[in-house]
Write a protein that binds this ligand. Structure first.
Ligand code: NAD
Ligand code: TYD
Length: 343
């Protein structure tokens, strides 16, 4: 079948496009705007594959969406502004892509008569947890960041297109991903790359915030199941029952890298910083038969090895003027006021 993957030049989208071409006979159309965090090079190995088409375009641009959707049977919508920190200073971009862009894709998918639509959402729409409990699919949406709010808005639009127009759409809500091709603005690659350069590692607050981690390849397998077997209108949480406080993650990375904990710096916290995420994946395990294949410990070790092997990949990013400007705006002041022990 012909499938449109949006945001295929980002972290998870790249892994998904590679998987889809490897494991199916599908034709894959990748619609990606190529924002500052994207990387066409992630897909260099399949650029010449006759089953693969790249279209540079914005999901919020109706003409671009229409062109991409011609003859398509399925859509998997990964395209998004995805970084909480950026959403604090530029919420408008998140609204435009994540809400308006999803609406345009939904309308154009209906028009094109697509048979399946999968919306890639996030556990962050549920808000933050205390020490107990986990997110399940029936919880109300309580987003705390503009990023999470925009993803929640998109989820509600998807739901309305199922109920009102009968679109066969399914929503997945996954926890924090890690693995190959993750852009270094996110915690794990940022810490690996900084540690390799013996540079200070900016841990927000006291490092006690807990995230629930999953290897990107386990996520991509779950998305395929949601696409192929997911019921219309259903929401599936995706998570590997692998919670860890941020400080635990960073210390594990330092151990794999053979670098000292003296690199740790405790910096000013993120405003509205969600304290804990925890996914209950019972529904996707029970209804779609999904199970994660990688433990956090082995997944982190493999990921460290990937960043060691792919210096070319991240050094090219470090040399981009947009990256330097971003890092400086986000961290210069924070690192200047950093402490070597938690606040
Ligand atoms: P990413 O930021 O690495 O990649 C996003 C991609 O979307 C980029 O290639 C970018 O160019 C593209 N894009 C952005 N705006 C676009 C637009 N208007 N039109 C077309 N393309 C556009 O993101 P990611 O980490 O790969 O996340 C992918 C999806 O998964 C997102 O929807 C995100 O909300 C969701 N998600 C991510 C995580 C995570 O831990 N990274 C966890 C749960 C859910
Ligand atoms: P991030 O990778 O931005 O994902 P999200 O905010 O979507 O969970 O951050 C993961 C956690 O790591 C989050 O609690 C914030 C924290 N963090 C730091 O402590 N320092 C950093 O430099 C970054 C980017 C994140």
């Amino acid at each position: 079948m012909r499938i449109v993957v949006t945001g295929g030049c980002g972290f998870i989208g790249s892994n998904y496009v590679l998987r889809r071409l490897r494991t199916t006979e599908d034709e894959v159309v990748n619609l990606d705007k190529l924002t500052d965090v994207s990387n066409r090079a992630n897909l260099a190995e399949i650029e010449a594959d006759p089953r693969y088409t790249f279209l540079q375009g914005d999901i919020a641009d109706r003409e671009a969406a229409r062109r991409a959707l011609e003859g398509a049977e399925a859509v998997v919508n990964f395209a998004a502004e995805s970084h909480v920190d950026r959403s604090i200073t530029d919420a408008g971009a998140f609204y435009k892509t994540n809400v308006e862009g999803t609406l345009v894709l939904l309308e154009e998918s209906l028009r094109a008569g697509v048979r399946r639509f999968v919306q890639i959402s996030t556990d962050e729409v549920y808000g933050s947890l205390g020490a107990e409990g986990s997110f399940h699919e029936e919880l109300p949406l309580r987003p705390n960041s503009p990023y999470a709010a925009s993803k929640g808005g998109a989820d509600l639009l998807v739901r309305s297109f199922v109920k009102t127009h009968g679109l066969s759409a399914t929503i997945t809500r996954c926890c924090n991903n890690y693995g190959p091709f993750q852009f270094p603005e996110k915690l794990i690659p940022l810490m690996i790359i900084r540690a390799l350069g013996d540079s200070p590692l900016p841990v927000y607050g006291d490092g006690s915030n807990v995230r629930d981690w999953i290897h990107v390849k386990d996520h991509c397998r779950a998305v395929d199941l949601a696409l192929e077997k997911g019921a219309p209108g259903e929401i599936y949480n995706i998570g590997a029952r692998s919670e860890m406080p941020n400080l635990g993650i960073v210390k594990t990375l330092l151990r794999h890298l053979g670098k000292p904990e003296t690199l740790l710096r405790f910096v000013e916290d993120r405003p509205g910083h969600d304290w804990r995420y925890s996914i209950d994946p019972t529904k996707i395990e029970r209804d779609l038969g999904w199970r994660p294949e990688r433990s956090l410990e082995e997944g982190l070790e493999d990921t460290v090895r990937w960043y060691l092997d792919r210096r070319d990949w991240w050094e090219a990013i470090m040399n981009r003027p947009a990256w330097r400007a971003y890092f400086s705006a986000m961290y210069d002041e924070r690192l200047a006021g950093a402490r070597t022990t938690p606040r």
